[in-house]
Design a protein around this ligand. Structure first.
Ligand code: HEM
Length: 123
């Protein structure tokens, strides 16, 4: 693949939308993750869309609206264990497999997210 950013390689906004739409139902169905999230998941989905867009090299939608991401700090109110980081990444892995993104790109996205996921472990 010969692209400047993961965002571009994935095909931009529609791909990020699709990932987010496929990811949160899995989070909401996961026994370890569901209790942490609000019933109205739409605002979280919107923020995740904005964040992943910039995280994968697209326009800085999250920072434009919410300021510095400080993602570890924003996760501190929630007890994140290693098991929850594993679960989060597994939901993301399964969401990615439901897209038509090339497998190597899926693997790259997952690898890029695994650093932050384990970095957010705080409990
Ligand atoms: C490690 C496991 C993780 C757990 C258990 C977790 C859980 C949560 C929870 C409970 C929220 C707050 C929902 C609310 O608004 O009430 C949240 C918000 C968020 N999470 Fe995670 N998260 C994890 C990993 C990640 C990763 C790896 C990323 C991206 C790299 C991420 C990105 C976000 C974003 C962008 C928000 C919205 C922040 C905001 O309120 O502005 N999370 N997460």
């Amino acid at each position: 693949m010969n692209f400047n950013t993961i965002y571009e390689a994935a095909g931009g906004a529609p791909a990020i939308r699709e990932i987010v739409e496929k990811f949160y139902p899995k989070v909401q169905a996961h026994p370890l993750l569901a209790p942490l999230f609000p019933e109205d998941i739409r605002p979280v989905m919107e923020k995740q869309y904005q964040f992943l867009t910039q995280f994968f090299g697209g326009p800085p939608l999250y920072s434009d609206e919410h300021g510095h991401p400080m993602m570890r700090a924003r996760h501190l109110p929630f007890p994140i264990t290693k098991e929850r980081a594993d679960a989060w990444l597994d939901c993301m892995r399964r969401a990615l497999t439901e897209t038509s993104l090339p497998e190597e790109l899926q693997a790259l996205m997952l690898e890029r997210l695994s650093g932050p996921a384990y970095h957010f472990v705080n409990s």
